[in-house]
Each structure stands twice: as C-alpha cells, then as structure tokens.
Design a binder for this molecule. Structure first.
Ligand code: ADP
Ligand code: MG
Length: 368
C-alpha cells in the first residue's frame, strides 16, 4: 500500500506584483498580474534578467514583495513565511546534501520538524517508491545519475505536501540528451501528481514542450500569456515573435507583421513578380527541413535578415543556392499583426499603482 497522500493542487493568483531591489532602480518585476490554473503546468519564459526567478522566489516566500499580492486559492500568502505557504521549490542544482542518503535527503525537512526517525524514513521511502527510486534509497547523491538525483530532489520537494511546486531552471544543469528525457519525466510527474507546477526557463523549446500555459516575460513585465500553440501561432509583439523563433518580422504599409518561416513562399526572381525581393545568403540542411537564410533587398537593417524553412522534398525538387535572387511572399491568412510590446523600464510611463488586495484578505489569511 502506498501511504503517500496527494495534496490538493492550488491556483496561484498574482496581483500587481512588484519587486524593486533598491529604491530608485528599475523594478525587476513591475506590477504583473497573472492567474495560474489549479493543477496546470505553467512556464515562465523569457531572456536572462527579465524577472522570472524574482517572480518565482516571491511566490515561494524566499524574496520579499515591494508591492502587490500573491494568493493561493484565494488565500493571501504575500507575507507568510515560506514554510507556511503550501509551496515547495526545486532548484537547478538540486541542492542535495552529498553526505546523506536519498532517504535522509528526502526526510531532512521532517527531521527539522522533529518527526521521529521511523516515521520520517517511512514517509521518505514511500515517496522515493513513488518516483521509482525505492531501490536506490540508500545511495548518496554522488552514486546517482543526474536523472536519479532529479527524482530525489522531486521527492524531497514533495515531502512537505506542497500544493504548488516551483521549479527554477530545473533542467539546465543536465546534458542535452538527459534534459529532453527529464523534461518528459517532469511532465509525467505533474500529470500523475496533479499538482500545480510553475517552472522557470529561458528555453522556448522547453516551455513549448512542457507548458499548459506559457507566460512570456520581458523587462520585468508579461508580454503574453497563452497555450504554446496560441503563443506560437499568434505572437503578440515583435519581441515574442523573435524570442519564440521560427518567425520573420516584416514591415508592411499596415504595420509590422510576423510570418512563420515554414509559411513563407519562395520563388526564383526570374519566375515571377510581386512579393519582396531577397537574396539567399545561407543554405542549411537540417534533415527533415532545409533552412534558407536570406537578406531582403529593401528593408530596415534590423528587419533585413529573414529565413524560409522548406521541407526536404520541396527543396530537392527546386534547390536554391547561396547568392540566388528570389522573391518572397505569404498568404494573407498567415500574416500576424504585431502589437508594440513593452518598452524597457526607462522608456515606460509609470502606471498608476494597482489596487491592492492585501487589505481585503489579510484578516482572512490570519485565520487560515
Ligand atoms: P531571470 O531569472 O529572468 O534571469 P532575475 O529575476 O534573476 O531574472 O533578475 C531580474 C532583475 O533583477 C535583473 O536585472 C537582476 O540583475 C536583478 N536582481 C536579481 N536578483 C537580485 C538581487 N538579489 N539584488 C539585486 N538585483 C537583483
Ligand atoms: Mg533566473
């Protein structure tokens, strides 16, 4: 019998959340609003320094909040200590104690709580069974592979019965092959446990593979929230289109648009008119696809480089060579109008302070 109790997942709500590390400096996280559905896999995605870890640490209670609120199932946890929140954190390095066995690593927080050895070992070993590590419970981290260490770290995070698991770049210490394997495993654990996962990554590929909901951040604010499919197929801004990759940003009289590089149409310059004149600069064979790099003949410098992804068969039927003049076009239905996106902090007008929920819910939180 498995004695492990699965905790109930919780929804996370963030209201006008702001973090300013020092007065007078730009906010690292600037009045963000976000609702993460209970039992979902949410990825915070964006370039280095955009405020992902700061957001996660504020949810965990490892970083104080400058203003705004964090709610777990409508309970305001903004000022609760980390251990009282119902969240647990899993780190990039796994942060396992090298001198302790897997069992003792997992049981560590129970020991801190003064729970007796027999009970804490039983609970730790039950959890290790659950992550298919029961047979290796006596091993120390140095005697385990990277993937096995990740499972021990997961069991250790779960021992506190969190309702929300927070993961900060949990896969970036692994080699590429193991990273893809562990990514699938994390996704499977999330589905099996049914918990809410909030996972920080700078890899759009990782976020696309894992997330129910992707939150694309830039300069301390949220640029776009949506399913991977929605974000990839309808990028809201030039930043999102470029960060997600696989898109060209093109100027049109109606404003900038994004077109997926596999939706671009290409023809030899001699074979037609219309579209944009361009020159092939690079031909990269990728197996299933061939990626053509091109330079537009007439475009602003930052919009000059575009790419076209052709299926291998299409390329072999009509190969293009470096230096060849071509014309590029696209179907109207494949063009996505781009919004302006967010400006860097220095160029942003400061928004009015968001309404704080703290007054309404502080009393409630005290009673829970
Ligand atoms: P990310 O995880 O997206 O790479 P972070 O949340 O770590 O970004 O950082 C956001 C911004 O806050 C960055 O400009 C970073 O330099 C700054 N920052 C992060 N942690 C601290 C800290 N402890 N003290 C001061 N500034 C910090
Ligand atoms: Mg970070």
């Amino acid at each position: 019998m498995n004695a492990v109790v699965t905790p109930v997942p919780a929804a996370v709500e963030i209201v006008a959340l702001t973090k300013r590390y020092a007065p007078g400096t730009p906010a690292a996280v600037d009045q963000i609003d976000l609702r993460i559905a209970s039992g979902s896999y949410c990825c915070l995605l964006g370039p280095s320094g955009c405020g992902k870890s700061t957001t996660l640490r504020m949810i965990a209670g490892h970083e104080s909040v400058t203003s705004g609120d964090i709610l777990l199932d409508n309970r305001n946890i903004t000022n609760l200590p980390a251990a009282a929140r119902g969240t647990a954190m899993m780190f990039q390095s796994f942060a396992l104690f090298p001198h302790l066995s897997a069992t003792d690593n997992v049981a560590f927080s129970l020991k801190m709580k003064g729970i007796g050895k027999a009970e804490r070992h039983k609970r730790a070993n039950d959890l290790l069974e659950r992550v298919a590590m029961g047979h290796l419970a006596a091993r120390k981290p140095g005697e385990l592979s990277g993937g096995q260490q990740q499972r021990v770290a997961l069991a250790r995070a779960l021992i506190t019965e969190p309702r929300v698991l927070l993961l900060d770049e949990p896969l970036s210490a692994l080699d590429p092959f193991l990273r893809i394997q562990m990514r699938a495993e994390l996704r499977r654990w999330q589905k099996e446990l049914g918990l809410t996962f909030v996972h920080v990554t700078h890899s759009q590929e990782e976020a696309m593979a894992l997330a129910d909901t992707m939150v694309v951040m830039n300069h301390g604010v949220i640029e776009q929230v949506g399913s991977p499919h929605a974000v990839y197929n309808h990028p809201a801004s030039e930043f999102v289109a470029r960060f997600m990759g696989g898109h060209n940003v093109l100027d049109t009289p109606a404003g900038p648009i994004a077109v997926r590089n596999d939706h671009m149409r290409i023809a030899a310059a001699s074979e037609g008119t219309g579209g944009l004149a361009a020159t092939v600069t690079d031909v990269e064979y990728q197996g299933t696809y061939v990626l053509l790099g091109l330079a537009l003949d007439a475009a602003a410098p930052e919009r000059q480089n575009v790419s076209v992804l052709l299926g291998e068969a299409a390329f072999l039927a009509r190969p293009y060579a470096q230096g060849e003049p071509v014309r590029l076009s696209w179907a109207e239905a494949d063009a996505r109008a781009l919004g302006p996106g967010v400006k860097p902090p220095g160029e942003r007008a400061s928004a009015p302070a968001g309404a704080s929920l703290r007054d309404d819910t502080a009393a409630l939180a005290m009673t829970l």
